[in-house]
Design a protein around this ligand. Structure first.
Ligand code: ATP
Ligand code: FE
Length: 351
């Protein structure tokens, strides 16, 4: 089976063609980074215009590179939500029209389910597994019991870890060096810093120590204050970045251990792996700590390669393939769901 995946939930326009024997036949990403970087953040209406402009060519190029025609495709998968309200319809309408005209099945994909399932494209991993999704818009801890069957164990009470990373990277005025987010730049300067020079407050230490939830806004504010007071030379930037990165990692580690203990020891759930995805999962320091945490529960860490951790069409195509094979198809009448809790996938008609 061959599936075309289309992703327009945020600022990158992407499409990909993936086969059920795990081959990525093609992938095209049209980044809008140059457009949004000078604005200091993504402007949803501009992002939507960018998708309208580029999506037709992105889809044509994806088909050309894979050397397949639309007739050869078994289904069209597209991000239905969650995502930016003006951006989602660009991809969904294109996918619906392509599917209807060519009489192909349509699959509306949950963006976060796609992030979680990409791990199964590169490393066969059976359910149930623990999933940590750390991205620009989410910090989610889930148990994946099966396709479309997720239990949410914890989420962020305020901002997502990736958003905090982006804000701190901006406050440090880091050079993005052509990347689509400032995350890699933060990782680079942090690797040259001393994480012990500055003491940062660990989020949710006292009252909420045993609650499975995340919080990054207090930490972000402390770091922004530190930047205003302390940055004089380059080493100050490196040391602040290192302290911030380490605090984020330790906070996630602490909550992840609580969740693993609850599920594996108390609830005796036979989790097979710790799957970590989303843009922040491409960070090497995060990966090595998470590997250690998984190891202490005797399960492997499964992480997609960095280019599949951030938003991409491949993950949408792969999630579409899994759903196609399970017979989970959608009507041509579906509409976008900008806010779409992942647990509601369990319901038959998530509207
Ligand atoms: P969501 O999936 O929640 O809608 P998104 O699509 O914006 O959000 P992704 O593309 O999955 O998120 O990830 C982007 C985020 O990952 C950004 O916040 C970025 O700073 C962060 N990121 C990317 N690379 C790294 C890295 N090497 N270290 C730390 N953070 C990183
Ligand atoms: Fe994403």
């Amino acid at each position: 089976k061959i599936v075309l995946g289309i992703e327009t939930s945020c600022d990158d326009t992407s499409a990909a063609i993936v086969t059920s024997d795990r081959q990525i036949l093609s992938e095209v990403v049209k980044s809008q980074q140059e457009m949004h970087e000078p604005m200091g953040g993504i402007v949803p209406t501009l992002a939507s215009l960018g998708h309208s402009r580029h999506l037709p060519n992105v889809i044509c190029e994806t088909l050309d590179r894979a050397n397949v025609s639309i007739a050869d495709i078994d289904a069209i998968a597209v991000t239905r939500g969650p995502g930016l309200p003006p951006c989602l319809p660009v991809g969904l309408n294109a996918a619906k029209t392509l599917a209807a005209v060519n009489k192909k099945p349509l699959i509306g994909v949950h963006h976060m389910e796609a992030h979680a399932l990409t791990a199964r494209l590169t490393t066969p991993t059976s359910f149930p597994f623990m999933t940590l999704l750390i991205s620009g818009g989410h910090t989610l801890l889930l148990t994946a019991n099966g396709l479309g069957d997720y239990d949410q164990l914890g989420t962020t009470l305020d901002t997502a870890v990736g958003e905090a990373i982006d804000k701190v990277a901006r406050a440090l005025k880091l050079d993005w060096e052509g990347q689509s987010s400032p995350g890699p730049a933060l990782e680079r300067v942090a690797s040259r810093g001393d994480p012990t020079r500055f003491q940062l407050p660990m989020p949710m230490l006292q009252r909420k120590k045993s609650v499975i939830a995340f919080s990054f806004s207090g930490l972000k504010t402390s770091v922004e204050r530190l930047i205003q007071d302390q940055v004089k030379i380059e080493q100050d930037i490196n040391d602040i970045a290192a302290a911030f990165q380490l605090t984020c990692i330790r906070h996630i580690e602490q909550k992840l251990r609580l969740a693993l203990h609850q599920e594996m020891i108390m609830n005796k759930k036979p989790l097979t792996a710790l799957v970590v995805s989303g843009g922040v999962a491409s960070n090497k320091m995060f990966r090595s700590k998470l590997e250690q945490v998984a190891g202490s529960y005797d399960i492997p860490l499964v992480c997609p390669p960095p280019q599949l951790c951030t938003d991409n069409g491949v993950m949408i195509a792969w999630a579409g393939l899994e759903r196609l094979e399970a017979g989970l198809l959608d009507e041509y009448t579906i509409t976008t769901l900008p806010k779409w809790p992942i647990e509601s996938l369990k319901e038959k008609n998530p509207l």
